[in-house]
Design a protein around this ligand. Structure first.
Ligand code: GDP
Length: 361
């Protein structure tokens, strides 16, 4: 190329010859081979050793929709079951913004102060991994995510609530077999997921906020009834008095509820997750609860009832998914549905036909 700048009479800067552009791709790069899938016994041994990579891979299998992965996952779960059960399972719920992640971060560090391990799991049927899960996201629990004793796993991606919850329930088994003696299951306190969480935890903690006008707003009575403890977060600065007022209101609201199955009277406390105030008191309440229900036998009873619940949940879910994923049934359903919509066929006859067809094969 002609460069007038390089003329000896030119007074400005001269242009040097360029160098060849390096290739945009790395010539030394060879695609790494995918790691082969570990066998069931490798996974189980890894989990038992507390190997986090193996635990994560097993959880991924639990969450996978591929039938061969599910088969593998079930075998791993079965082998892990004898080593499970030895943990405190705590459900934590609250509306978005209540301070769940901030609180789990400090609660978690508090629980781990004397050693032990903590797994933080989540149930959020509305979340999709690809869009960034709202719950259980590592960045939301900054301190805990770098703690060697903590294992944080976001919610299984979107699906039916039953399916998402069952996966979390199975992940608890794997975590316990890996030696996690504290399990937190987080959920957004706005919908049905509380019932699912309640059916897999020993203690259900409801995080509430003060100063939102009507203190009981936005929180379904059913959720309050499930709570073993209600904690009012953000009791700091100007908010302390309002938090105390909310505490009194919740306490009197709880008095109107029927006695709990455990015999334990749910307590209401105030704390600040952000400023780390009142954390030991919250944990003291939870410790007292565990002492109480262990002594009166409710702990064991609840776990046994939960085991039964999950048996039927699993049957329910498998039946539904087999039925609705059957191509023949799907075609038949579409056709009958159109007939029902056109008033050519009654709902009951349509349903009976499809079910009869399914069960007579
Ligand atoms: P989540 O949606 O329930 O997980 O809530 P976050 O933990 O993300 O908290 C929501 C907002 O409340 C954030 O801006 C936090 O900084 C703030 N927050 C959480 N805990 C406290 C607290 O104890 N006091 C105060 N003042 N703010 C808090």
């Amino acid at each position: 190329m002609e460069h007038p700048e390089n003329d000896s009479k030119y007074l400005g800067l001269t242009v040097n010859e360029g160098v060849a552009q390096p290739p945009v791709t790395n010539p030394y790069f060879t695609r790494r081979k995918r790691k082969p899938m570990p066998t069931v016994s490798e996974l189980v041994e890894g989990i038992r050793r507390g190997d986090v990579t193996m635990l994560s891979r097993a959880v991924t299998l639990v969450e996978s929709l591929a039938p061969d992965h599910q088969q593998l996952a079930q075998e791993v779960i079965e082998k892990c079951l004898p080593y499970s059960g030895n943990s405190r399972r705590i459900g934590i719920t609250g509306v978005p913004g209540a301070g769940k992640s901030t609180s789990i971060d400090v609660f978690g560090l508090h629980v781990l102060r004397d050693g032990g391990k903590l797994a933080v799991l989540a149930i959020d049927p509305s979340s999709e991994r690809t869009r960034g899960s709202i719950l259980g996201d590592k960045t939301r629990m900054e301190k805990l995510s770098t703690h060697p004793g903590a294992f944080i796993r976001p919610s299984p991606s979107a699906g039916s609530l039953g399916g998402v919850a069952r996966k979390t329930r199975e992940t608890i088994v794997l975590c316990e077999a890996a030696g996690y003696n504290n399990i937190f299951v987080e959920t957004v306190g706005v919908g049905q997921s509380e019932t699912a969480v309640h059916s897999m935890v020993d203690f259900f903690l409801l995080i509430q906020l003060a100063g939102t006008g009507d203190e009981l707003q936005g929180i379904k009575r059913g959720i309050m009834e499930m709570a073993d403890g209600i904690v009012i977060n953000k009791a700091d600065g100007d908010n302390i008095d309002r938090a105390r007022l909310a505490q009194a209101q919740f306490k009197s609201a709880l008095r109107l509820f029927p006695p709990t199955a455990s015999g334990w009277s749910p307590e209401v406390l105030t704390y600040s997750g952000y400023f780390e105030l009142g954390i030991p008191e919250v944990w003291d309440m939870i410790d007292r609860y565990f002492d109480y229900v262990t002594a009166n036998g409710y702990f064991e009873r609840r776990r046994r009832e939960q085991a039964r619940y999950w048996m039927y949940e699993t049957i329910d879910e498998q039946l539904r998914s087999r039925f609705y994923n059957d191509p023949e049934i799907a075609a038949m359903l579409a056709q009958r549905e159109a007939a029902v919509l056109d008033n050519r066929l009654s709902s009951f006859i349509a349903a009976r036909d499809v079910l009869q067809h399914y069960f007579s094969r």
